[in-house]
Design a protein around this ligand. Structure first.
Ligand code: GDP
Length: 301
């Protein structure tokens, strides 16, 4: 196991979410558009059961638009993650970003109206926002409120109190009652979360994460690597790419060799800061490998 991060079990969060679920009309599940599978938690799918759901692909401004389109089609086709089966209640999916707050407010209002059977004059739609840490839940709540009400953190797992807010449209919005952890025991998913900064940096080995990222970028975004690091030709392996980045960016050890750890940090930072452009780490066809039935997220205390 490459990632050593055991944030605690989810028993309490699961219980609280189960208790809050029956009074909701719509579940708004926020997923990171760059990795909707890795940033999901099967407990949400299990607990929402037949409730209508809006899948929000957040941070779409930094994800690959072609891949985001594929995810939207995937979710709206009704296939559950990890299987080809129809499952659960109706799902509508939308890609949002902080760049277009007005669009986010309009889309959420429209999709909620379409999904919520109890909507109508005098009947507020009740929606609960759920998702693992760092996907952008607080940011979305602030956008929907059109002011700052929720704590936004650039670190995973910023704890905050449960809250309920009433939007101008009359919609009542609940913040998720507990922290739901991502599926950190799935190795590919963990590496995607680590690369994007959704697992604390203290828990990751930069070199492992960067080798994973380097291979993915070589396979799918080679042109970006060539442009960003001014390479004349593409190195054949992830390790060779890191060595080349180290050489070009002056990451030298005292003995004169290349400091691969420094090169790894540079690559990870370039990705996170958007230096490599809009990149997605996961496509719909890849999520069957993570499965959906495991007790993912139930990390040991
Ligand atoms: P939460 O833990 O799910 O509540 O996530 P936050 O709302 O605290 O957001 C986590 C990080 O993602 C913060 O650094 C946000 O600024 C960033 N973020 C949220 N939404 C977007 C978006 O649409 N685009 C980009 N580029 N970053 C976003």
């Amino acid at each position: 196991m490459l990632i050593q991060w055991y944030p605690g079990h989810m028993t309490k969060a699961r219980r609280e979410m189960a208790a809050a679920m029956p009074s909701q009309d719509v579940i708004i599940e926020v997923l990171d558009a760059r990795m909707p599978g890795a940033s999901s938690n099967p407990v949400v799918t299990e607990l929402r059961a037949d409730k209508p759901c809006i899948k929000v692909l957040s941070k779409s401004d930094i994800a690959d638009p072609r891949v985001t389109e594929a995810w939207l089609r995937h979710f709206e086709s009704g296939r559950a993650e990890g299987s080809g089966e129809q499952r659960g209640g109706p799902v509508l999916a939308v890609a949002l970003s902080t760049e277009k707050p007005g669009e986010a407010r309009a889309k959420i209002a429209e999709l909620s109206r379409r999904l919520a059977p109890r909507s109508g004059p005098g009947k507020a739609v009740r929606a609960m926002i759920v998702g693992v840490p760092n996907v952008g839940k607080s940011t979305l709540i602030n956008t929907l409120m059109n002011r700052v009400v929720a704590t936004v953190g650039d670190k995973p797992a910023v704890t905050k109190a449960q809250q309920q807010v009433v939007l101008k449209s009359g919609m009542v919005l609940w913040d998720s009652p507990g922290l739901m952890w991502p599926k950190i025991e799935d190795e590919a998913g963990s590496l995607r979360l680590a690369l994007a900064g959704s697992i604390p940096d203290t828990a990751i080995d930069y070199l492992n994460v960067a080798v994973f990222g380097a291979q993915l970028f070589l396979d799918r975004y080679a042109d970006r690597l060539l442009a960003r690091f001014k390479l004349t030709e593409l190195p054949g392996t992830a390790e060779a790419l890191l060595a080349e980045i180290g050489r070009r960016r002056g990451c030298l050890r005292s003995g004169g060799g290349i400091d691969l750890h420094k090169a790894a940090e540079i690559l990870v930072h370039e990705f996170r800061s958007g230096g490599l452009g809009r990149i997605s780490l996961e496509e719909p066809r890849e999520i069957s490998e993570t499965g959906e039935t495991s007790e993912a997220g139930e990390a040991p205390a």
